[in-house]
Design a protein around this ligand. Structure first.
Ligand code: NAG
Ligand code: NAG
Length: 209
């Protein structure tokens, strides 16, 4: 038992040492693998998200503001599923900015939402990327699937599952009529009408309070 604990401690200590001996770059998180050099899984700043239309002219170089928005009604009273929607269609905007650490994208609660946490769910093709909002957990297990991709644009471009080019904005089919972010939109998904979808890049815009 003691020997095991010792070798585990040694292993933990030796990995960074080895990396510095070999002069390695800081480790690239799996969520950024395959993306251009300069892509980051951890950002040192707070940010907002903005959708830039890839098919049609945009009003400005930032695109339209996105926010965390209440998604379709769920089955649990204690937790609710939230999505990313345009600010214009979202209703409320109680999560003023986001952070990213080791590939985990996290909306941060505003003054009205203190004590709550929002945790990223995994995202499959056709999904509306979702966040579970619940009482803040001490040991949450959010999906570490996001990255800020360096596409040589004015801003880093949000990527999920190593793909910065998979996002669309689509009109949700629920009662709210929200314009929601979708990943690799599919005709067969009933959460949104596929015919309304248009491709966007999601920009990571540094937040200044
Ligand atoms: C993010 O915003 C919060 C609240 O305004 C602030 O306390 C914190 O310092 C900010 N973090 C950075 C890295 O600017
Ligand atoms: C860019 O245009 C959109 C759509 O008109 C607007 O909502 C947004 O506030 C503008 N952003 C900036 C930075 O001016």
């Amino acid at each position: 038992m003691l020997a095991l604990a010792w070798s585990a401690a040694l292993l933990a200590a030796s990995a960074p040492v080895m990396a510095s001996i070999l002069g390695r770059q800081p480790e690239i998180p799996a969520s950024c693998a395959g993306l251009p050099q300069g892509s980051l899984g951890s950002l040192s700043y707070n940010f907002t998200l903005s959708a830039y239309n890839l098919d049609k002219p945009n009003a400005n170089s930032t695109g339209v503001p996105l926010v965390l928005a209440l998604g379709p009604p769920g089955t649990s009273a204690a937790a609710s599923e939230w999505v990313i929607a345009t600010q214009k269609t979202a209703g409320s905007d109680d999560w003023p900015y986001w952070t990213m650490v080791n590939g985990v994208l996290t909306p941060q609660p505003g003054p009205n939402e203190q004590g709550l946490g929002a945790y990223a769910s995994t995202v499959d093709q056709g999904d509306v990327p979702a966040f579970i909002v619940t009482i803040a957990e001490s040991d949450p297990n959010p999906a570490d699937i996001y990255c800020g991709a360096d596409e040589s644009d004015e801003y880093l471009v949000l990527s999920v599952n190593n793909n910065p080019d998979g996002f669309s904005l689509c009109t949700a089919t629920d009662d709210y009529d929200q314009n929601v972010v979708v990943y690799e939109a599919e005709q067969s998904n009933s959460a949104y009408s596929y015919d309304t979808c248009y491709a966007v890049h999601i920009y990571i815009v540094p937040y200044t309070a």
